[in-house]
Design a protein around this ligand. Structure first.
Ligand code: NIG
Ligand code: FE
Length: 412
């Protein structure tokens, strides 16, 4: 099956094969072609260029994209989209004055979601989760990372990861799985934290590796959660099984987790709402991608990741949703784009680079996803008629997406 898209008002994020991420000042550069065509064959981007050069192409199907933009689908590199139930009561508690930490200390928060998930069957968990995946694909997400971390027992962490494996088979989008057993200390281990770290290392990891259930390993490195020492022990153990780190760090406190993650060759460090000069220095010259999650800052009313400081220091930055029941009950990358521009003062060019190519890099898939490049997967968004790409973040809360193409097939 081949598709020819013609009369594209502007084809966005056109790159050569060698650009796997963009950093610093280069993030301001968003290469485009006006009045363009794009040819899809065998699920891949086979050719593209200006309409004048669109000659002798025979396709099974032609789409006229006059007045519309075409861009790569969003690459959401940080989600907890597999969860059971919701936490809207805690949302109301926060409106009435309790903080996220106060709620967590009362047994709410992650432990609340863990209790619900432990009492949910694998089938039910799968069914609840696929509805969320269906809706974010319609919103333009074409590659996705999903974490475990609401199981917190051997059995329930495996249940979550098996559900992620089933989701990978169910959908044509690219999905990466991350083991986040170290998301919170379960109630039974509150006075025996070492016991839970040992459980992760000695019981969970070997089983996960045996069933090939995870691509990456994550730890919530935070005061009241996992210390630097716990995090290092878990990352070192994960390394024995080939699991690359992607770390929750600096959400509420900065205490050296970024440098430690870089030392362990983390693919990404995520959150970074609190960031020190030492953290910036540690990231410079590394291959670790900083990831900002502005919908989380929006929902919890916590500081936004200092995107300007990160980019102005010459570093790259990716954007992701953090879709989860507690801090970000939204998987809408279009809202992330708007929030990044409005609240973090990223330019539309920087935000689009961060939500596509750099997001793909943060999942280790930017060779095949995240830009309009010959040979990459044909995962594309066709917008409704809109004036320019600036309009995407500008019209916050609006859905500007008309068509989503995954692996060369129109699916939404
Ligand atoms: O990334 N910070 C840790 N984990 C999630 C929130 C988890 C929850 O509240 O359920 C996050 O924000
Ligand atoms: Fe998260």
């Amino acid at each position: 099956m081949s598709i020819l898209i013609i009369n594209i008002k502007e084809l966005i994020q056109v790159r050569d094969q060698n650009t796997l991420k963009v950093s610093g000042k280069d993030m301001q550069n968003l290469p485009t072609i006006k009045n363009a065509f794009l040819f899809i064959k065998n699920g891949q981007i086979s050719n593209f260029g200006s309409m004048e050069s669109c000659k002798n192409i025979v396709a099974d199907k032609t789409i006229d994209a006059a007045d519309k933009l075409v861009l790569p689908t969003w690459c959401d590199s940080h989600t907890h989209i597999v969860y059971a139930g919701n936490r809207e009561l805690e949302f109301v508690d926060r409106i009435n004055g309790l903080s996220y930490t106060e709620i967590a200390n009362r047994g709410g928060g992650i432990l609340n979601s863990a209790k619900t998930l432990q009492n949910t069957s694998e089938e039910d968990l799968f069914n609840q989760s696929i509805e969320r995946v269906k809706s974010i694909i319609k919103l333009g997400t074409g590659a996705l990372e999903i974490k475990s971390g609401y199981g917190l027992t051997v059995e329930s962490e495996l249940k979550m990861l098996r559900v992620i494996k089933r989701i990978k088979k169910e959908f044509p989008i690219e999905i990466k799985a991350t083991f986040l057993g170290a998301h919170a200390f379960p109630e039974a281990y509150l006075n025996n934290k070492k016991g839970y770290v040992d459980l992760i290392i000695n019981e969970m990891l070997p089983k996960i590796a045996e069933e090939h259930l995870a691509d990456f390993i994550d730890v919530f490195c935070e005061e009241g959660y996992f210390s630097l020492e716990d995090t290092e022990a878990i990352l070192s153990a994960g390394k024995q099984y080939g699991l690359i780190p992607k770390i929750h760090v600096n959400q509420f406190n900065a205490f050296g987790g970024v440098a430690m993650s870089v030392k362990h060759k983390a693919l990404s460090v995520d959150h970074l709402e609190e960031l020190t000069l030492e953290d910036i220095i540690a990231l410079k010259g590394s291959k670790t991608m900083p990831v900002a999650l502005p919908s989380c800052s929006f929902f919890l009313s916590i500081p936004y990741t200092p995107a300007r400081q990160i980019i102005n220091s010459g570093l790259p930055l990716a954007l992701a949703t953090d879709y989860n029941p507690g801090s970000t009950p939204s998987g809408n990358m279009n809202f992330v784009l708007s929030t990044a521009c409005i609240k973090m003062k990223m330019t539309p060019e920087e935000a689009i680079n961060a939500a596509t190519l750099n997001g793909a890099y943060a999942m280790g898939i930017s060779k095949d996803y995240g830009s309009i490049t010959i040979g990459k997967k044909a995962n594309l968004i066709i917008t409704k008629p809109i004036p320019s790409y600036n309009y995407l973040p500008y019209s916050f809360g609006e859905n500007n997406i008309e068509t989503v193409i995954i692996n060369g097939t129109v699916i939404a």
